[in-house]
Design a binder for this molecule. Structure first.
Ligand SMILES: NC(=O)c1ccc[n+]([C@@H]2O[C@H](COP(=O)([O-])OP(=O)(O)OC[C@H]3O[C@@H](n4cnc5c(N)ncnc54)[C@H](O)[C@@H]3O)[C@@H](O)[C@H]2O)c1
Ligand SMILES: O=c1ccn([C@@H]2O[C@H](COP(=O)(O)OP(=O)(O)O[C@H]3O[C@H](CO)[C@@H](O)[C@H](O)[C@H]3O)[C@@H](O)[C@H]2O)c(=O)[nH]1
Length: 431
């Protein structure tokens, strides 16, 4: 795939989004320098390693190494660059608003870069951020440099595919020339380009994530009601999703949504509204339902076992979803913390997770296989639907668990089959 003409792009941030953006732009034929401030990350990338797990990313980086370089050095990053892409993290601040400190550090570092044609923010930011960046660029004598918001909609685990074949490329800009430049940069990407004003583009990102999270919380709430009324949420979701006006996506009931985006972005949108004196009632309920969903799993085990104190509970899967090593806001973190607080002994398994050496993971035992995590356990929770869990010898596991109690937080298994194997089997919204 070769995009023309070749542009020289400086990407700030070598995380999930910066790396995917950099590698994909290089794949499209552009010359890309990715800068990060983390020396370990840059050293790994320079040595040909990829510091995160993202399918296809390693191959893409290797294939484009002539056009794709990594550096810690600011001057090297900006040397000859036409477009600066801001892909730094925007984590939650104590107030729930997005913490934009890293973004401002990058914007400040662009002050001398009068040769740039455009600054593009891909990081997820509150509505109004672009206007502030624009003002900062103007104040720094960069009024001639264009500005665009170009939010990213890729999901982890399929980020490369999503980037190269997106549902849409959203470009927010106040000037046509900048919008055209960014659209041209994406030549070769298979997806419609939607151009709008900067604030609307910023809102599209937050609204999309909020609506996706709403669908999940909605089906999770219906699942709870199914439990109380004897209906089967899987049947309900399947038939509801067949209505083309509703669609089947993001109607999978489960233990709650997590990840690097939904929790922080929904809270940031809620606070964005609060800051204007408006209370987003629907989104607040969506967040509440999600918080409760994780606690309900622990409550169910408590009800079944009588107490959690002294019980050995196995958490199967730790990452916020399969196909990633990302542990940010993973439901497993809440489950582990709650279980430990109740006095349970937590053991866990995950094929990919990289838990930081902080609570609750420092107090849990990690096992190399699901079978070892299940040995001697009083109960287990399927937290992440890793395909490996389908391969477990569940009949054998039932005989080595102290009590075969299983809460399937992802509705991975057939209830009748698991009960046949001797399990006290609970799942989400199914009889
Ligand atoms: N992860 C996703 O799936 C996803 C999807 C869509 C949008 N986003 C948004 O994209 C942004 C980046 O997310 P991410 O998951 O890639 O974060 P990340 O934490 O994986 O990566 C951010 C990187 O930026 C680096 N950085 C911080 N300050 C820097 C600076 N001054 N100069 C250069 N590098 C700097 C960090 O060291 C880190 O490597 C966030 O705003 C996020 O909300 C993420
Ligand atoms: O039907 C569903 C779908 C998802 N989830 C959960 O929702 C969370 C998020 O899943 P997913 O959306 O697949 O992962 P992310 O990589 O966090 O991607 C989301 O967040 C990104 C960052 O903003 C956006 O770019 C993507 O469009 C958006 O899907 C995970 O915990 C999933 O287990 C469910 O419980 N039920």
């Amino acid at each position: 795939m070769v995009g023309k003409p070749e542009r020289h792009v400086a990407v700030f941030g070598a995380g999930y989004i910066g790396l995917v953006t950099g590698a994909c732009l290089a794949e499209l034929g552009h010359r890309v320098v990715v800068r990060d401030i983390d020396p370990d990350k840059v050293a790994l990338l320079r040595a040909g390693d990829v510091p995160i797990y993202e399918p296809g990313l390693g191959d893409l980086i290797a294939r484009n190494k002539e056009r794709l370089t990594f550096t810690l050095d600011l001057a090297e990053t900006l040397d000859g660059a036409e477009i600066a892409y801001v892909c730094v993290d925007t984590p939650p601040s104590p107030s729930g608003d997005a913490d934009l400190s890293r973004l401002w550090t990058v914007v400040k570092s662009l002050e001398g870069a009068a040769h740039l044609r455009a600054v593009v923010v891909k990081s997820t930011v509150p509505v109004g951020t672009g206007a502030r960046v624009r003002a900062a660029l103007d104040a720094a004598g960069l009024a001639h440099v264009g500005y665009a918001a170009n939010p990213e909609f890729t999901a982890e685990g399929r980020a490369v595919t999503d980037f190269l074949r997106p549902d849409r490329i959203v470009i927010g800009s106040a000037d046509e020339a900048t919008a055209a430049l960014i659209a041209e940069l994406h030549e070769g990407v298979e997806g419609p380009v939607v151009v709008m004003d900067v604030r609307s583009a910023e809102m599209v990102k937050l609204a999309s994530n909020a609506l996706l999270a709403t669908k999940i919380s909605f089906i999770n709430e219906i699942a709870t009601l199914c439990e109380k009324t004897g209906a089967d949420v899987e049947e309900v979701a399947r038939a509801v999703g067949l209505d083309h006006r509703l669609g089947p996506h993001f109607l999978r009931p489960g233990i709650g949504w997590g990840g690097s985006c939904f929790p922080k972005d929904s809270e940031a949108l809620r606070q964005l509204a609060s800051n204007t004196g408006y209370h987003l009632q629907l989104l607040s309920a969506v967040i509440d339902v999600n918080n409760l969903q994780k606690r309900r799993a622990v409550q169910k085990l408590h009800d079944e076992l009588g107490t959690l104190a002294g019980m050995r509970v196995a958490l199967l899967g730790l990452t916020f979803k399969p196909g990633t090593d990302d542990m940010r806001e993973a439901p497993s973190t809440v489950l582990a913390a709650r279980l430990l607080a109740e006095g349970a002994e937590v053991r866990c398994w995950d094929p990919m997770a990289r838990p930081a050496a902080v609570e609750p993971w420092s107090s849990t035992t990690r096992h190399p296989t699901p079978e070892l995590a299940l040995e001697g356990a009083d109960a287990a929770i399927v937290v992440t639907e890793w395909p490996q869990l389908k391969e477990v010898d569940w009949a054998g596991a039932a005989s080595v668990m102290r009590r075969p109690v299983l809460y399937d937080g992802r509705n991975l298994f057939d209830p009748a089959a698991m009960r046949e194997l001797g399990y006290t089997y609970m799942s989400v919204g199914r009889p």
